[in-house]
Design a protein around this ligand. Sequence first.
Ligand code: MD3
Ligand code: FE
Length: 191
Amino acid sequence: NIETIRDGVVLLRGFADARVLLPLIDDIASVSPFRSMTVPGGKSMSVATTSCGARGWYTDARGYRYETIDPVTGRPWPAMPDAFRTLAIDAAARAGFVGFDPDSCLINRYAPGAKMGAHVDKDELDFNQPIVSVSLGLPARFKIADAVIPLSDGDVVVFGGPARKAKHGVSPVAAGALPYRFNLTFRRAGP
Ligand code: MD3
Ligand code: FE
């Protein structure tokens, strides 16, 4: 159950199990809580975020960056659970990226109406490393360049090679039977 959407975009439908992952998200959020971050322009994001792993993506008035200490708690981000890391490594390997070892997992929480505007992920050191995205809960429409990919609970997408610097975003999430959409974004941010 593996599909190449376009060069560098590989979709693994139903590859992740929310029953395993959602309790781990709760554990992480009990240490580093979900928060609405501020972009450098001053607006707050509609998506609530937290992170686990050695580095967490962060934004405030000072800019976009990775932090090893959660600025909210003053403590390191929670460790990346083995089930997270293994899932990301296995998905990347299926897409041809053997040796991917994520040091960062950004957890995005979308309530109905939350969205992510078009942007490029460019705060990482090595753009030869792919990004692994795991969708949980409510469905969403993911936009990359001129394509739209409907993503539902358990879907995993690996973005690499020519897609790594593509513009992408998420349309406003519609209300449904569950309270949220969660997205786990696994990246190699540092050396
Ligand atoms: C394609 N998050 O946090 S993950 C992000 O669903 C982000 O929460 C979205 O974009 C979400 O930066 C999409 C999928 C994703 C992540 C990075 C990419 C797709 C990408 C980088 C290049 C191309
Ligand atoms: Fe992104």
